[in-house]
Design a protein around this ligand. Structure first.
Ligand SMILES: NC(=O)c1ccc[n+]([C@@H]2O[C@H](COP(=O)([O-])OP(=O)(O)OC[C@H]3O[C@@H](n4cnc5c(N)ncnc54)[C@H](O)[C@@H]3O)[C@@H](O)[C@H]2O)c1
Length: 237
């Protein structure tokens, strides 16, 4: 796919663009000639850094509208904003922890899709790629609220993909395995040598490898509809 949409460069809107997977994804699109808007709580190294909390539906709508207006449209939206909590037994997950996790992971994806879709439908082109997690495929202990929210993102992606299948708009998910970003604390269970030794590849995935998967879906993924690509170092085979 050309990096141009008619007379303008293609445009990617990336949430969570200030760090980790979102930052690597925005950087890759930029290197390939796309213009990028980054939505995050913090400034991102993108053509149009926008400060917004993804749980704020009106804020996301206005950030996405600004990106489309200033950059000329939207060709890809990547929903990567998120956070993680591990090591909490299910009975110890508080109501506030549940609400916050669902608001950011599921609600943030809903808000991003809701803000982007009018533009994609208006153009009759474009793609949405939501970042879920390999844990949504495999299940996990002591992080149930995170895994449930990531599983809900997959349900959303598959249903939205089906609903839009008759249009040129594609919706898919990337479900990373444990990836070397600040999201995993230095003492995270997923960084322990004992855990890494259980992975066929024996290592964490790199954020640039997740970015490459996202870019592939955005540029060569026309045959995928509600697909879940999971670069996970063999955690799920
Ligand atoms: N790192 C991993 O092992 C891993 C594995 C599977 C899935 N993921 C998912 O990948 C996505 C990116 O994670 P990462 O590893 O790059 O983490 P990260 O901490 O490096 O980056 C996350 C970014 O999201 C932003 N963010 C968090 N809450 C936000 C909010 N409410 N509104 C706007 N921005 C917000 C943060 O400011 C940060 O810049 C997340 O959805 C995460 O759950 C990560």
């Amino acid at each position: 796919m050309s990096a141009r949409h008619g007379s303008r460069p293609r445009v990617a809107v990336v949430t969570g663009a200030a760090s980790g997977i979102g930052a690597e994804t925005a950087a890759l699109f930029r290197r390939r000639g796309w213009h990028t808007a980054g939505i995050d709580l913090r400034p991102s190294d993108t053509d149009l850094p926008l400060l917004c909390d993804v749980t704020d539906a009106a804020g996301i709508r206005s950030a996405v509208d600004e990106a489309a207006g200033r950059l000329g449209g939207i060709d890809a939206a990547v929903s990567a904003a998120g956070y993680y909590e591990e090591g909490i037994d299910v009975c110890d997950i508080s109501r506030a922890q549940w609400d916050s996790m669902l608001a950011v992971i599921l609600g943030g994806t809903v808000n991003t899709c809701g803000a982007v879709l009018p533009h994609l439908i208006g153009q009759q082109s474009g793609t949405i790629i939501a970042i879920s997690s390999e844990l949504a495929l495999a299940g996990s202990a002591t992080d149930l609220h995170y895994v449930a929210a990531k599983g809900a993102v997959l349900g959303l992606v598959k249903s939205l993909a089906a609903e839009l299948a008759a249009t040129p708009i594609r919706v898919n998910a990337v479900a990373p395995g444990p990836t070397d970003t600040p999201l995993l604390a230095a003492d995270s269970l997923w960084r322990k040598p004992d855990y890494l030794a259980t992975l066929p590849l024996g290592r964490l995935v790199r954020p640039d490898e997740i970015a490459a998967t996202v870019y592939y879906l955005a540029t060569e993924g026309a045959m995928y509809c509600g697909e879940v690509l999971s670069p996970n170092a063999g955690a799920v085979i």
